[in-house]
Write a protein that binds this ligand. Sequence first.
Ligand SMILES: Cc1cc2nc3c(=O)[nH]c(=O)nc-3n(C[C@H](O)[C@H](O)[C@H](O)COP(=O)(O)OP(=O)(O)OC[C@H]3O[C@@H](n4cnc5c(N)ncnc54)[C@H](O)[C@@H]3O)c2cc1C
Length: 485
Amino acid sequence: MAKVLILGAGISGHTAALIAKRKLGKNHQVTVVSPNSNYQWIPSNIWVGMGLMTPEQVKFELAPVYKRQGISYKQALAVSLHPEGDTKSTTPYVKIKHIVGTQKDTEENIEYDYLINATGPKLNFAATQGLGPEGFTDSVCTFQHAAEAWHNLQKNLAKMEKGERQTFLIGTGHPMATCQGAAFEYSLNIAFEVKKRKLDHLADIVWISNEYELGDFGMGGAYVKRGGYITPTKIFSESVFSEYGIRWITGAGVNKVEEGLVHYETLDGEYHTQQFDFAMLIPGFAGAGMKAYNKHDEDITPTVFAPNGFMKVDADYTVKPYEEWKASDWPSTYQCPAYDNVYAAGIAFAPPHAMSKPMQSKNGTFIYPTPPRTGMPSGVIGRVVAENVVAKIKTGTKENKHKASMGKMGAACIVSAGYGIIDGQAAVMTVNPIVPDWEKYPQWGRNIDDTVGVIGLAGHWMKLFMHYMFLYKAKALPLWWMIPE
Ligand SMILES: Cc1cc2nc3c(=O)[nH]c(=O)nc-3n(C[C@H](O)[C@H](O)[C@H](O)COP(=O)(O)OP(=O)(O)OC[C@H]3O[C@@H](n4cnc5c(N)ncnc54)[C@H](O)[C@@H]3O)c2cc1C
């Protein structure tokens, strides 16, 4: 019996767990370790943050689903990897720390034959003084944060009902934060809501971001086909913001937050402040912070993990100038080079470099987005990794036949721009490939026929449909496996 251990039950880990168990059947063991008892469909947290959905609508308990599927589940935190075992045994294991129940605060070693690290991002609020729900800004990165954001936002809306002017500051809260798409969505939803309540004359909605220009989204921007014309995402985003009455500050590295005040540096080396009454700023991301040890119990964390805490995989990590970056630098099997039975899926893998051009302020501060790994690639990578692990167990092959490079695969993302069955709006964006490939597509960097951006009511319906479809799939309800990532 082979033991497959999956760390993290987010989009990537949960996908990997369901697929591995379905394909491996009863004869092999699949175990998931994750600290949160719930699965959450993170993309819909935007709507939780607007009071349009409740946390209950975007989450469900993992334990009953795993029980039904025959997957063993431990609500715990993975603390350290021991891929060679230790001084007592050569069996690889992961040390976990229980966080609930009678075992709370105790540690346990979970042995594995194959390990999939899908621990996603650590929301690194601590990297920016005063940032986050424990500081002075809100977040929509988890359903708890989003519910709190909605609680706070209502107070601002109530003040506006009384005629008070309010400033809403939305964007990135660290000079190298990513996930601009989520913040973009939230800013549009606030503008939509304010307009719906006929309060737009009292709202100053400000976008603040580390992007060099609007529409970069951490993927170096894109050229999209729109209504038969080819438009840079810069123009696309600027026209959407203009329509929604949102002004923008770009090339801004937020470095400190105080009550009602954000401090930031711009690429020209100047320091500025921006007042706010409500702010939702995305934090910097880091890896889960696990350590790794060899069989002599020596710390090998730098061998297994990059300095940002994400796991090294089959990418080309050679440090090279922006002009020499290639789509082929990006990994395709997500196997850890040091241990061929260890993989990292979703946000947990270390990207070889950014997609956006690195920019530095006159003071030497790096101000540019690190690369996003959105839901679709995270799910696809989870599937591909699970399929390779299954093939190794079932056939004994050493090869990773299944591949999914972000330099080759396309992705779709639907950006909500206002909720409503009749008056809703969303921007549908597809890019192919995700990482621009200037060698293969010298004119536009991507296949222009598959790189599209449209905005309209149909996009809202699609986003809503995807909410129900992906939650159905994640709950492993009948025929779930027919639904693609
Ligand atoms: C507000 C918001 C909106 C978004 N909207 C979209 C969208 O519309 N479309 C889109 O494509 N993408 C969207 N994204 C991005 C998408 O959510 C991510 O791409 C996706 O969640 C990444 O999946 P993942 O499995 O790698 O990480 P996650 O989903 O974050 O899962 C990581 C898992 O690891 C667990 N974990 C953490 N540390 C440990 C540890 N030490 N041990 C064990 N487990 C651990 C976590 O609890 C979690 O279960 C959005 C993101 C945000 C924040």
